[in-house]
Write a protein that binds this ligand. Structure first.
Ligand code: SF4
Ligand code: SF4
Length: 311
């Protein structure tokens, strides 16, 4: 029986395709984008999140941890307003059994990742069928990179279509072309990322070349798949005219791009990196200025007839 690793099933989503949708967040991704806002989606394994500021130092996690990974000590030199204790988590010892997350009554600990069968996921998605029907919504498979669990994804796609759901896949398109074409038969709209036009910079920012991605844009476009071009705008990385021209050129070279969506940077991923114990390569704490994103949109509109929207 196929089972796959999901880290969130988000109901009533309005930013992951048309209408009201349920977004299914799948674990595992071959890219390592510096600005990733879902770092818990990168690795296909269970991961423990620890939000230090929610901790009250009760010590319940210490009592239940079989690995001795937690330590709470009083901190007599804490300033007013600071926690009067230090809490350290040794991730090298942690076996991600989840016992501390169950024991913590303050929401400081949680485990990202749960195994599901395709049927279990779709049963969850179908709970909101009346909302999809009224709003033109449906289900969106996102992540992480959904194609990193392609067999599991394909089963969910088939089930979704057999239930009459509108289906979107949010993807980097960094996947074998045959997998994408197989999935296209069950997909109404690809929400496909285009992160950087300059290949050297694409490698630097994401860890992989954009060549496969561009080839895959052409392959799914030739197969008639509908595409929404999703372009993260990241200050001091890809917020350049050269890249904006690249976005317009790509859209103009394809036949089935229904929209270009610009996604101005938001800093949610930086705190998530800390919670999951990862180094944050792009540590900007401020949102991108919406006016800068609108300027980028205007510039791209001057180069293409495709609709351009700022999310
Ligand atoms: S159980 Fe929760 S609140 Fe208590 S010490 Fe552990 S993390 Fe902190
Ligand atoms: S997940 Fe398990 S092993 Fe890891 S810190 Fe919590 S209780 Fe300990």
């Amino acid at each position: 029986m196929i089972r796959g690793m999901i880290f969130n099933i988000q109901r009533f989503s309005i930013h992951d395709g048309p209408g009201i949708r349920t977004a299914v967040f799948m674990k595992g991704c071959p890219l390592r984008c510096e600005w990733c806002h879902n770092p818990e989606g990168q690795r296909n394994r269970l991961e423990l999140s620890f939000i230090l500021h929610k901790c009250v130092g009760c010590g319940r996690c210490i009592e239940v941890c079989p690995a001795g990974a937690h330590a709470v000590k009083p901190n007599a030199s804490a300033f007013e307003g600071e926690q009067p204790f230090t809490h350290t988590l040794d991730r090298n010892k942690c076996i991600v059994c989840g016992k501390c997350a169950e024991a913590c009554a303050y929401g400081a600990l949680s485990v990202a990742g749960k195994l599901y069968t395709p049927e279990e996921v779709i049963a969850e998605v179908l709970r909101d069928m009346p909302f999809y029907k009224n709003s033109g919504g449906g289900v969106t498979f996102t992540g992480g990179e959904p194609f990193a669990q392609h067999e599991f994804l394909l089963e969910m796609l088939k089930l979704s279509k057999s239930e009459g759901l509108h289906v979107c896949i949010e993807t980097s398109l960094f996947a074998p072309t045959d997998m994408l074409l197989e999935a296209a038969a069950y997909t109404d709209l690809f929400l496909a990322d285009y992160k950087e036009s300059n290949d050297d910079l694409h490698k630097k920012f994401t860890g992989v070349s954009n060549k496969t991605i561009i080839d895959n844009f052409r392959a799914i476009d030739a197969a008639g798949a509908k595409i929404e071009l999703r372009c993260p705008l990241i200050p001091d990385r890809n917020d350049r005219e050269e890249h904006y021209r690249g976005i317009a050129d790509l859209a103009n070279s394809l036949s089935n791009v229904v929209e270009i969506t610009l996604e101005p940077y938001h800093p949610l991923g930086t705190s998530k990196c800390e919670n999951f114990g990862y180094d944050c390569k792009y540590d900007r704490r401020e949102f991108m200025d919406k006016a800068d994103a609108e300027k980028a949109a205007e510039f791209i509109r001057s180069l293409t007839n495709t609709k351009v929207r700022v999310q």
